[in-house]
Design a protein around this ligand. Structure first.
Ligand SMILES: *[C@@H]1O[C@H](CO)[C@@H](O)[C@H](O)[C@H]1NC(C)=O
Ligand SMILES: *[C@@H]1O[C@H](CO)[C@@H](O)[C@H](O)[C@H]1NC(C)=O
Ligand SMILES: *[C@@H]1O[C@H](CO)[C@@H](O)[C@H](O)[C@H]1NC(C)=O
Ligand SMILES: *[C@@H]1O[C@H](CO)[C@@H](O)[C@H](O)[C@H]1NC(C)=O
Ligand SMILES: *[C@@H]1O[C@H](CO)[C@@H](O)[C@H](O)[C@H]1NC(C)=O
Ligand SMILES: *[C@@H]1O[C@H](CO)[C@@H](O)[C@H](O)[C@H]1NC(C)=O
Ligand SMILES: *[C@@H]1O[C@H](CO)[C@@H](O)[C@H](O)[C@H]1NC(C)=O
Length: 549
């Protein structure tokens, strides 16, 4: 989209409250970019460059391939409007009114508080969440103002989703993890280009939530991402969170069979790939949805020059065979509230647990041969509701079990393992603000669900903050995150905004965490009993090497 010589009208189209003034132009090796100047009450102005291509459109024969770097252009590229997002399998309610989507989606947004090539500002690189099947980087979901006020650059990126990002034939025909390779290419783009926007390529922090947090964690493991960043923030998802496709080949064939039922595993993976390459993108979306969105996950690739990840995640973290970066990792106080829709559903979940304790055993434990799942489930049940208790009688414990299993135990484990090699700070987001007040909770249980932290990190037009307490919380979390991006320490000095809290990293023997609530407070591990049970269960019953925890 090359701009004709004309003034900027885009802000009206974007629905931005602010008005564009100047025409910021930045030249990068690929060509010239026309961005936007925007205003915010707390910044005099800031600059946005939207829809900047970092990869060639992964269309035609490039579908399922590793992304290729973007090509140069002549003239001035219009970076004043969003480009298409990547084709999703799910339209999540927390990303309403999705804009246009297509396979041509490898774009990123850059936001900077100043256009000064000598400014050398730290760079925060955001990977959105959405289960690897939905979401996009767009300004209306991820407004950068809270972070920019602390003098950093923010980059938000799109990456391929669904089968386009994660299908794999478990050989080197379709390797898999294309979506993660897109993120990696965007990180390389930042290394080569961010200085033209005033950013320091030596000070890149990758951060993300949910599948974005998981992706962030996986960049710590991939040799391909070594040297591209020095710090990471994993919110409600990290490299060892359950979110891994152990059998991508079966999934890939099932998708093809949805389209043509004569295809079987007797067809070679090359036949399968050629067949899928001929399908319209929309056909692939429908087929993958029918087989199941939870089949779309990172995979262990076969060894190949282009592979992003080939080794079991947990084993890499445990061995310290990782990229040397500082880490912030954590979860919300009651992750489950973001997954179980209401109290009736929660009661149904509790009854299901009581009826069959084996359902408490994580799917990804990969229990060793001969394990008695009911017996393992009983151990877990006893930890959460006691030998005589039931989940039906204890919905607080039901929430806690679900939250721990889905995200919390992995966050604690991640902090502990990482801390043996590099700094690791653990947090819990417990704040009961306007966002969390939008859903149910159970008296006596935590009140902040999955995703409730995100509107305090980004200015989401979909979740406006209304109270003074909201305002304080977003100022605090932004200060913590940007301090970390600048200095690798979230609390480098006494700071009244941060209530003078000193948040020290975890050590293998001291799993303390920062509780982000109405106040900021460092607390000892509150999951000692539960964590001990989980450790015992994985040590005793999991097939080694452990992949996720
Ligand atoms: C957040 O975004 C809204 C809508 O774009 C805007 O009106 C508001 O000023 C922004 N808040 C801050 C602190 O910049
Ligand atoms: C840019 O312009 C030059 C000279 O007209 C031309 O040779 C080249 O192909 C153009 N490149 C692109 C990407 O359009
Ligand atoms: C998401 O919503 C758009 C627009 O309403 C629709 O065209 C698209 O089919 C939906 N996608 C899915 C995967 O449901
Ligand atoms: C650009 O940044 C450098 C380094 O921080 C600073 O010395 C200089 O004054 C800045 N220039 C402008 C025009 O703000
Ligand atoms: C699958 O294999 C069968 C039997 O060899 C063949 O007839 C068919 O064309 C193959 N399908 C595709 C899509 O290649
Ligand atoms: C598995 O364990 C349960 C509970 O301890 C027990 O009732 C059941 O008999 C065991 N099943 C087998 C096959 O050993
Ligand atoms: C469980 O119930 C039995 C029978 O009522 C009782 O003897 C036992 O003390 C109870 N155990 C616990 C831990 O409360």
């Amino acid at each position: 989209m090359i701009l004709p010589n004309m003034p900027v009208l885009c802000c009206l189209l974007l629905g931005l409250a602010s008005v564009a003034f100047a025409d910021p132009i930045v030249s990068i090796p690929n060509g010239e970019l026309q961005g936007l100047q925007l205003q915010s009450p707390e910044l005099n102005e800031f600059y946005a460059f939207l829809g900047v291509p970092y990869g060639q459109p992964p269309i035609g024969d490039l579908r399922f391939e590793s992304p290729q770097p973007a090509l140069p252009w002549n003239g001035t590229l219009d970076a004043t409007q969003e480009r298409d997002g990547c084709l999703p399998l799910s339209n999540y309610s927390f990303y309403p009114n999705p804009g246009p989507k297509s396979e041509d989606c490898l774009y990123l947004n850059i936001y900077t508080p100043q256009l000064n090539q000598s400014a050398n500002l730290p760079v925060m690189f955001w990977i959105f969440g959405g289960g690897f099947v939905g979401g996009s980087k767009d300004y209306r979901y991820f407004g950068p103002q809270f972070l920019l006020v602390n003098d950093v650059i923010v980059v938000t990126i799109n990456h391929r989703l669904g089968p386009f990002g994660f299908l794999s034939t478990a050989d080197n025909v379709i390797l898999g993890n294309m979506g993660l390779k897109d993120q990696n290419l965007a990180l390389q783009w930042v290394q080569s280009n961010i200085k033209y926007f005033g950013g320091d390529p030596q000070k890149v922090t990758v951060f993300g939530e949910s599948s974005g947090g998981q992706s962030t964690g996986l960049h710590i493991l991939s040799k391909k991402s070594r040297g591209l960043f020095r710090a990471a923030i994993c919110q409600s998802g990290c490299s060892i969170t359950d979110g891994f496709q152990p059998d991508p080949k079966t999934y890939a064939y099932a998708v093809a069979q949805q389209i043509d039922e004569t295809i079987t595993e007797k067809n070679s993976s090359l036949e399968l790939k050629n067949f899928l390459l001929k399908q319209p993108a929309e056909t692939l979306v429908i087929a993958a949805k029918a087989v199941g969105t939870s089949g779309i996950r990172p995979v262990l690739e076969v060894e190949d020059d282009e592979a992003f990840l080939t080794q079991p995640f947990y084993a890499l973290v445990e061995a310290g065979d990782i990229n040397p970066v500082a880490l912030i990792v954590g979860a919300t106080s009651e992750e489950a509230l973001g997954f179980i829709g209401n109290e009736d559903q929660l009661a149904g979940v509790a009854e299901g647990y009581d009826e069959d304790w084996s359902t408490l055993v994580p799917r990804h434990l990969r229990p060793i041969e001969g394990s008695n799942l009911t017996e393992i489930g009983e151990l877990i049940k006893n930890t959460y509701v006691g030998v005589n208790g039931t989940f039906a009688d204890d919905l607080v414990a039901t929430l806690e079990y679900y939250s721990d299993n889905i995200n919390v135990k992995a966050a604690i484990k991640m902090a502990q393992l990482h801390s043996a090699f590099n700094p690791a700070y653990l947090f819990q987001f417990s704040f009961y603000g306007s966002k969390a007040q939008g859903h149910y909770n159970i008296e006596g249980g935590g009140k902040a669900g999955h995703f409730d932290d995100v509107p305090y990190v980004f200015n989401m037009t979909t979740y406006p903050l209304v109270t003074d307490a909201d305002d304080l919380c977003r100022k605090q979390i932004s200060r913590l995150w940007t301090n970390f991006a600048k200095t690798l320490n979230p609390t480098p000095a006494g700071d009244e905004l941060l209530q003078n809290v000193i948040w020290s990293p975890v050590t293998p023997d001291n799993i303390q965490y920062l509780d982000i609530d109405d106040t900021l407070e460092v607390k000892p591990n509150r999951k000692v009993k539960e964590y001990a049970t989980w450790n015992y269960v994985y040590d005793t019953y999991a097939t080694k090497p452990i992949i996720t925890f």
